[in-house]
Design a protein around this ligand. Structure first.
Ligand SMILES: [Zn+2]
Length: 486
């Protein structure tokens, strides 16, 4: 009897084992992606895609060798800083996220926005979209931002969990130190955003064709080397998915290629909202036709559009902050009101189909393939990729996870029956095949769990039968029977 009761106790204890085994075998969201969910997104402003080959860039090339590289990233029109930075973290075109330029005017708010003023801290300009740091926080995670444009603005009443108010004079090393501190703190962030102003500043100043740009690019490569060294020191390297990209490229300008609006139009007829290379023009009341007709025939290197005629491919039409007329300069041309204005040897903002406007894109980490080169992607696809890496549900966007999932180690290229993007702006936000992947894993998990339970019971019964066996070696059915009902 004593022996029987201790066997019963052991039986009850052992009964937990199959359930624990089954629970272990059942897939959870995190077990689907064991490498998740740490992501560090780094942007070097104005890093053109081919700067990688201008001078030796061993640290960039190391990331390419041990990670992935996309040769041509089509960013969004206009190829300016603020619109593109907001696209990277929302997956939306400028007409949808509302940051249509570095300088804009909203006729309903009756407010201006300018990179050079405090207007950028006005939440109302940003709230047509929800950036990824907020979505990440709403999912219960923490985000940290070191100077990433827009991250020190209160959007939908929220700041990133950790952030640095923008201050251009703060060195790169200090920004890196903050990011690492946040990733390794007791309540760590899982999403880091790191911004650096160059090579954009020097690209404007010197022009991308200047031999002096080589030194600037080498310096950026050293900065990347420093970041990698510090990530290794903090033991984050190898567990964190690092993405290195930029907002746009840069093209060479010349004082020989200037379009001077004062030569054609009286300033009394219009207000110039945004300048080179996309002049955003707000005609004064009753002056639209005259302004348009005059500009349309002004200069062979200036293409003038009424807002409703802006090419569809630019996705730059349906927003009240896009002015009634835009005049777009050909690559390498400047639009100014008067030649006495500041001149830059390098500029960007032109047609996003021009390769010189395209930024770099590299990534390395547990989620990414090794030594893999992809020909092209859209910058709107970065957002669903980030959401996938962070395992959060994307808000509606213009990108496609399907188009970039071949960058990932675990996701073989998949196609949907209609071949269209699985993440349209107004449609579902989680690709269908991702759910399929989950249900497959669930099925396998359940099957594996059930098999383990069955195996356990077989072993358990065998064990029980043996333990109840008299020394003589014969099994007495009366002893075994009640235990089987236990
Ligand atoms: Zn710039």
């Amino acid at each position: 009897m004593l022996r029987q009761s201790s066997t019963l106790k052991m039986t009850w204890k052992l009964l937990w084992v199959p359930f624990l085994l089954a629970a272990w075998a059942l897939p959870t969201t995190s077990s689907l992606h064991p490498d998740q969910p740490k992501v560090l997104l780094v942007a070097f402003d104005g890093f053109r895609w081919d700067y990688l080959y201008k001078v030796p860039t061993p640290h960039f090339h190391s990331v390419m060798k041990y990670g992935v590289h996309v040769k041509q990233v089509t960013n969004i029109f206009i190829t300016k800083t603020y619109p593109n930075f907001y696209t990277m973290v929302t997956g939306l075109f400028a007409e949808s996220h509302g940051i249509v330029s570095n300088d804009m005017f909203d006729p309903v708010l009756n407010k201006s926005f300018s990179l050079d003023h405090m207007d950028i801290y006005d939440s109302e300009f940003w709230e047509a979209a929800t950036p990824i740091w907020i979505t990440n926080q709403r999912a219960g995670h923490s985000s940290g931002a070191a100077m990433w444009p827009g991250t020190d603005v209160k959007i939908h009443g929220t700041f990133p969990t950790r952030y640095m108010p923008y201050n251009q004079s703060i060195p790169f090393e200090e920004r890196v130190a903050k990011i690492i501190e946040w990733f390794t703190s007791k309540e760590p962030i899982n999403l880091g955003l790191l911004y650096w102003e160059d090579p954009d500043d020097m690209g404007h100043h010197l022009g991308p064709d200047s031999p002096l740009m080589g030194t600037v690019i080498s310096d950026i490569d050293n900065k990347l080397g420093y970041l990698i060294k510090m990530l290794k020191k903090a033991k984050l390297w190898g567990t964190l998915n690092l993405i290195i990209t930029s907002d746009h490229g840069m093209t060479q300008c010349s004082e020989e290629r200037i379009i001077e609006l004062d030569q054609y139009l009286d300033r009394d007829h219009y207000v110039l909202i945004d300048q080179s290379p996309v002049a955003a023009i707000l005609p004064k009341e009753g002056e639209f036709d005259e302004v348009y007709e005059t500009l349309a025939h002004a200069h062979p290197n200036l293409t003038v559009y009424k807002r409703e005629e802006i090419p569809e491919r630019w996705h730059y039409r349906y927003n009240r902050r896009i002015q009634p007329i835009i005049a777009v300069a050909d690559q390498g041309w400047h639009v100014v009101q008067n030649k006495s204005e500041d001149f830059m040897l390098g500029n960007h903002g032109y047609d996003n189909a021009l390769p010189e406007m395209h930024p770099i894109f590299l990534a390395q980490g547990p989620a990414f393939r090794k030594n893999f080169t992809k020909e092209s992607m859209n910058s709107t696809d970065l957002y669903p990729l980030l959401c996938h890496l962070l395992d959060i549900t994307a808000t509606p966007h213009n990108g496609s996870f399907q188009k970039v999932q071949d960058l990932l180690r675990s996701a073989a290229p998949r196609t949907t029956p209609d071949g269209k993007s699985t993440t349209p702006l107004h449609g579902r936000t989680k690709p269908k095949e991702y759910e399929q992947e989950e249900s497959y894993a669930y099925f396998i998990g359940v099957s594996l769990g059930s098999i383990l339970v069955i195996i356990f019971f077989v072993i358990f019964i065998k064990h029980l039968v043996r333990s109840q066996m008299p020394d003589v070696g014969a099994v007495h059915p009366e002893i075994v029977q009640p235990l089987l009902h236990a």
